[in-house]
Design a protein around this ligand. Structure first.
Ligand SMILES: [Zn+2]
Length: 127
């Protein structure tokens, strides 16, 4: 398969090395089947910068999804103090990485991440 003729599914970059992403496990260690090579019906291709951000975006979405469940009073992985801490640290890490990728962030904005960090801090104070 010649990936060089395609374009990045996130930013549309062409003429650069593209890689097919197979994400394996999500942030909480659960199987993440959608992009696994054998079951993925519509593989996506990303340039180097976007493939890195795709992983950040996946972690961000996982954490956001679990946090929404937590605030809704549903069972959430984040009800574990340890997981909550780990997720908070990961969000800070993502913020730092995004700050270093200024100008090339088609998938995830630092503002979204900051907002989630803020919401999580508020929750911690109420607990
Ligand atoms: Zn790209």
């Amino acid at each position: 398969m010649d990936s060089a003729v395609g374009s990045c599914n996130a930013c549309g970059a062409t003429g650069t090395a593209l890689m097919k992403l197979s994400l394996g496990k999500d942030f909480f260690g659960r199987a993440y089947d959608r992009l696994s090579p054998s079951t993925d019906q519509s593989p996506k291709w990303y340039c180097e910068g976007c493939s890195m951000q795709k992983n950040l975006q996946r972690d961000f979405r996982d954490i956001l999804g679990e946090f929404d469940k937590l605030t809704a009073g549903q069972g959430s992985t984040l009800s574990s103090q340890e997981e909550f801490q780990r997720a908070s640290l990961r969000l800070r890490e993502i913020t730092a990485i995004l700050a270093g990728a200024a100008g090339h962030a088609p998938l995830l904005t630092a503002a979204d991440v900051s907002q989630l960090i803020g919401r999580m801090q508020t929750t911690t104070m109420q607990a």
